[in-house]
Write a protein that binds this ligand. Structure first.
Ligand SMILES: Cc1cc2nc3c(=O)[nH]c(=O)nc-3n(C[C@H](O)[C@H](O)[C@H](O)COP(=O)(O)OP(=O)(O)OC[C@H]3O[C@@H](n4cnc5c(N)ncnc54)[C@H](O)[C@@H]3O)c2cc1C
Length: 471
């Protein structure tokens, strides 16, 4: 894959009018100024601008599959990212308005009372996000233009070398097809943004930046190595490629612990503090200076997995959340409250799984291999419906991305894009390979737990009789 200087993205669902717009930009997973096609368009085609982000109360309520949409780690990273964007916008005389309410209720009010003529939004693969966009459109004046741009993926839908309906059923076919495709060059940060749309006195909801409303869970006590925001994302991007780590990525990427064993770009990518194109361009720059090898190429390979799952979500829409996934075959699993609870609370009979879940619960992050191990455990050892696991990840992961998360869970449950059917990991073998000395377990569960658990380990990993397991 290579990048090319092509025309601005054409993934816009409207034609732009000659008259400059009074614009509202509803932000989502695109919390950055650089490489942002929407801001580039706004700087050319709008005369006034209102930037809005909606924090929705139902994100904090218990939702489907016994999890809430947004847990404390995600919230911390999100608030940091929003605050960083607000600060960066102040240099342009702009402000990010945070609304606490449902987007489909707040935004039509703002659009209609402020005579907004054009509404911008990043094109999103999530079914809920798309439904909200439609609901907002329906409540607004028919003269208001609704414009979407691709900001999250490497390609726009028009740049894909096939129609979305023809997205290949497996990643390897997808990769072959896009291998020689060009992705658009990274856009510079805009140099100018239009002035703010003046607020009206009745805009109670948005009159001031409410940094921390009482009803939000307290997150400031959390210690977390990841800090949200575009600047922090750029720092991580810069520091990763300033080192030689990319040349050994493939060898160490499956390690369970260690900051340097993978890129750690995912939380910034998921919140849009970094774009996938920025990452790929930085990788290509690194390769042009220091040479490419199998490891550095593997980072591109993983970014293509990300790309694949994004278009997969676009294509399959609600099927992303179906028990039978995209295959129509129902797995032989069910809902077992106590098993699920033991998995979430890190009290299964499997010490490695418990250590990994403790890591997730305490930090909001887990390595890719760790995610595969705990997902396989929930599905194949505890025989639980995979959607409960996906929903718990949704709550916990600071890099939660609807397409990647649900796509990976489907894959492991055997109802997704895996031509080989489901993937069951032998937990004892995984522990032998990735934690032979028990150091990871010790780090997260303590040495006493390691000794106690390792006594249980041998017998229980050899064959837990699930009939004896409390349900
Ligand atoms: C069950 C399960 C759920 C997951 N949920 C998410 C999620 O919600 N959000 C998320 O970003 N990743 C998810 N992943 C993918 C992967 O685990 C993380 O992207 C990765 O661990 C993040 O760390 P990193 O940035 O250091 O990754 P690196 O190994 O450095 O990879 C670089 C980038 O490639 C992409 N990538 C890596 N692995 C995958 C993968 N398996 N599928 C798609 N893209 C990938 C990510 O954007 C990542 O940042 C999930 C994996 C599994 C098995």
């Amino acid at each position: 894959m290579s990048n090319a200087n092509v025309q601005p993205l054409t993934d816009c669902n409207t034609t732009s009018s000659a008259k400059k717009a009074k614009a509202l930009y509803w932000l989502g997973d695109d919390l950055r100024l650089a490489d942002n096609a929407i801001l580039s368009d706004i700087s050319q085609n709008a005369q006034q601008l209102m930037l809005v982000y909606c924090i929705e109360p139902q994100w904090f309520a218990k939702a489907q599959y016994q999890a809430q949409y947004l847990g404390k780690h995600r919230l911390k990273f999100l608030l940091e990212s929003l605050q960083a964007l607000d600060e960066a916008l102040s240099q342009y005389g702009q402000q990010l308005h945070i609304m606490y309410g449902q987007a489909q209720l707040c935004l039509p009010y703002l659009i209609n009372t402020h005579d907004i003529t054009r509404v911008y939004r990043s094109d999103h693969g999530g079914a809920d996000e798309r439904a909200k966009w439609q609901a907002i459109k329906q409540q607004c004046d028919s003269n208001t233009e609704f414009t979407t741009f691709t900001t999250q993926t490497l390609f726009s839908s028009q740049q894909l070398p096939f129609e979305l309906d023809e997205l290949p059923p497996s990643f390897s076919q997808f990769r072959k097809l896009v291998n020689n495709s060009h992705f658009e060059a990274v856009k510079d940060e805009v140099t100018w943004l239009p002035p703010m749309v003046a607020l009206k006195s009745q805009d109670k909801l948005i009159q001031k930046w409410v940094a921390y409303p009482d009803w939000l869970p307290q997150t400031h006590m959390l210690s977390n190595v990841f800090s949200g925001g575009e600047l922090q994302g750029k720092l991580q991007l810069g520091s990763y490629f300033a080192s030689n780590l990319a040349h050994s990525y493939k060898i160490v990427r499956n390690e369970l612990a260690g900051w340097e064993h993978s890129t750690k770009f995912s939380p910034w990518l998921a919140n849009g503090c970094l774009s996938a194109r920025q990452v790929l361009s930085a990788l290509h720059e690194f390769e042009s200076q220091h040479g490419a090898n199998e490891s550095s190429r593997w980072i591109e390979y993983e970014l293509l997995w990300r790309e694949y799952f994004h278009w997969y979500a676009h294509k399959f829409n609600n099927k992303l959340f179906w028990f039978s996934g995209i295959t129509g075959k129902k797995p032989l699993t069910s809902f077992y409250a106590k098993r699920l609870q033991s998995w979430k609370t890190a009290t299964t009979p499997y010490p490695l799984v418990n250590a990994l879940m403790t890591q997730l619960n305490q930090t909001g992050y887990m390595s890719n291999r760790g995610r595969q191990i705990v997902a396989s455990c929930l599905i194949h050892e505890l025989q639980c419906d995979w959607r409960y696991g996906a929903a718990y990840f949704q709550q916990q992961l600071i890099d939660y991305d609807v397409a990647i998360n649900w796509g990976n869970w489907q894959y492991l449950a055997g109802v997704g894009a895996d031509p080989r059917g489901s993937r069951r990991f032998n937990l004892a073998k995984q522990q032998q390979i990735y934690d032979p000395q028990g150091q990871f377990i010790k780090a997260w569960l303590g040495s006493v737990a390691l000794q106690q658990n390792s006594i249980k380990l041998v017998s229980e990993l050899d064959g837990v009789d699930m009939a004896d397991w409390p349900c």
